[in-house]
Design a protein around this ligand. Structure first.
Ligand code: 5GP
Length: 119
């Protein structure tokens, strides 16, 4: 998956063109409930820096953006009180992984015992 610079649904959620249930927001990241939750808690955390996928973000060498994104994950987990029960984070990169939105995002899943069956 390449950076096509196409406007994605996540761009539109950032610009508030598309509504979303915002869980957390700061200058660097936006976190909102997934429209099709795969667990009782399913939040998407995205950077506001307009990079489209994780590989490109890593290749950009922008450590501060990556750190900010993962700090955003921790902030969401803290805000939702997940420290004790735990949570899982996933980032689908590319077609075979099932990435459907061409904008870097991290899934945070929690709220039940999670299975492990990516097949
Ligand atoms: P991917 O499959 O790319 O890893 O994850 C994209 C996620 O975005 C999916 O879990 C999908 O349900 C979610 N999604 C797609 N469109 C929207 C939308 O308009 N609003 C919200 N909140 N989530 C969306």
């Amino acid at each position: 998956m390449t950076d096509t610079n196409e406007i994605t649904v996540f761009d539109k959620i950032i610009s508030k063109e598309i509504p979303a249930q915002i869980v957390y927001e700061d200058n660097d990241v936006l976190a909102f409930n997934d429209i099709s939750p795969q667990a009782p808690i399913h939040v998407l955390i995205i950077p506001k820096c307009k990079r489209r996928n994780l590989n490109q973000l890593v290749e950009s060498g922008s450590d501060s953006e990556i750190v900010a994104l993962f700090k955003g994950v921790v902030k969401v987990a803290e805000k939702l009180g997940l420290k004790e029960g735990g949570y899982r984070i996933i980032s689908n990169c590319g077609t075979q992984a099932g990435q459907t939105v061409d904008y870097l995002h991290i899934h945070l899943l929690a709220g039940k015992e999670l299975g492990w069956s990516p097949a």
